[in-house]
Each structure stands twice: as structure tokens, then as C-alpha cells.
Design a protein around this ligand. Structure first.
Ligand code: TYD
Length: 214
């Protein structure tokens, strides 16, 4: 596994959570703190803006229908591109000592595609792929379904295919099953994100400082 706590190498920190859990806001706040400390930070997200990412967005928007297995494979291809592409791939940033903060990663594939496709197969695809770097830290922003739904309602003109309460409920359950299955293999921190933005951010910054000490 490509995992390193060497501060000369960049760290890969992933944010996960349901739609509307506030990942975007918290990623920016952590990035500001890291920059204040003199780190160089690269912010990124999945699906990416690659052509595969475009195919994925057509599915998420409900314009094209694809089987869950097909969608898992598209996310996998997009994630490999996200890791290895020489222009703005995660791997080369980490090698240059640049920290990468990523909005969603393979945990989302396990939780979202894992509700319709076979979870063990989706896990094998992602965790068995040598090109997909294992994060140093995964921060899961836990917010109850109703609050997420309110945020989606406020901020979106159109809902994507997963953005309805009953599906979100299944996905939330899946996330916890996935974290249980991954166990100590991964550094996953679950944060109660239904609190004040600053309180949540302070917890995340503390976790980041703890990671630096390791
Ligand atoms: P998007 O609207 O880009 O952003 P947000 O994370 O703010 O909701 O939504 C991405 C959607 O893609 C989201 O519903 C989760 C889904 N997704 C998967 O189903 N599998 C994956 O592997 C990833 C990375 C995302």
C-alpha cells in the first residue's frame, strides 16, 4: 500500500459524507489552516472533470441510465485517472510534497454503488487496484438525513438520482457497514457535523494536527 506519514511527502485527506453534509465548506476551512502553516494544498473532487467524469454526471443528473455495475466501473476509471494523470493527478502532487484534499473518494463508491451492486465486488475493484492510493485520513461528516435533505432543497435547482431521503438512508447505513468492514486497515474519523461550522472545523483541524504527529 502506498501509505506514508513522512512530512516530506504530501498527505491525501479525503472528505466523505451524504449529499448536503457540508464537505465543501469544511474542506476549504481545513485548507486555509494548512496553508497558514505553510503547507501547499491541492483541492480536488470526484467525479473529476475528465471525459469519464462527464459520463458519470450524465448518469447522476438522470439524463442517461446505467446499471450500478457499469457505474461502479466508470467511477473506477475516473478514480484511476484522478490518481495517475500527469497533469493534475494525485500521485504526482503527493510526490512533490503537496497535500491533497479530496471531496469524495472510493468510500463513496462502496456506499453509493454498494447499495445496488455487490459490495464485495466494488471493494475488490477499488482496494485491489494498485493505482488507487490509500488515503492517510478519511473524514466522514455525519449529518442526519433530514438536515441533509433540507440543505439539498435549499441549494439545488434539480435533485440528482441519489438525492432522495430513502436512498440517502440506505447509503448512510452502507457507509457505516463499509467503515466497519475496513476496520483498522484505514484511518477513518467520523465527525458529528450537525453542529456549528466552527465547532466541526475545530475538530477536523485537531485530527489533522494529530495526523502530523504520527
Ligand atoms: P456532486 O454533486 O458532485 O457533489 P456532492 O459531493 O457535493 O454531492 O455529487 C457527486 C455524487 O456522486 C454524489 O451523489 C455521490 C456520487 N458518487 C458515487 O455515487 N460514487 C462515487 O464513487 C463518487 C465519488 C460519488
Amino acid at each position: 500500500m502506498e501509505k506514508s506519514f513522512d512530512m516530506n511527502k504530501g498527505k491525501l485527506i479525503v472528505f466523505e459524507g451524504l449529499d448536503g453534509s457540508g464537505k465543501g465548506t469544511q474542506i476549504k476551512l481545513l485548507a486555509d489552516e494548512m496553508k497558514k502553516e505553510g503547507r501547499t494544498v491541492y483541492l480536488t473532487a470526484e467525479p473529476t472533470s475528465s471525459s469519464t467524469g462527464g459520463m458519470i454526471r450524465d448518469v447522476l443528473g438522470g439524463f442517461v441510465k446505467r446499471d450500478a455495475y457499469e457505474l461502479s466501473a466508470l467511477f473506477l476509471a475516473d478514480r484511476i485517472f484522478h490518481n495517475v494523470n500527469p497533469k493534475n493527478g494525485i500521485k504526482q502532487f503527493l510526490e512533490q510534497g503537496i497535500d491533497v484534499l479530496c471531496d469524495r473518494y472510493y468510500y463513496s463508491s462502496l456506499a453509493y454503488q454498494g447499495i445496488d451492486a455487490d459490495l464485495d465486488w466494488v471493494m475488490e475493484l477499488n482496494l485491489g487496484c494498485r493505482k488507487i492510493i490509500r488515503p492517510d485520513l478519511c473524514i466522514f461528516l455525519d449529518v442526519d438525513i433530514d438536515s441533509c435533505d433540507e440543505r439539498i432543497e435549499k441549494n439545488r435547482l434539480e435533485r440528482e438520482i441519489y438525492e432522495n431521503k430513502s436512498t440517502q438512508e440506505k447509503i448512510r447505513k452502507r457507509f457505516f457497514e463499509v467503515f466497519e468492514k475496513l476496520g483498522k486497515e484505514e484511518n477513518i474519523k467520523i465527525i458529528d457535523a450537525a453542529r456549528d461550522i466552527c465547532e466541526v472545523s475545530a475538530d477536523i483541524i485537531k485530527i489533522y494536527h494529530d495526523l502530523k504527529e504520527q
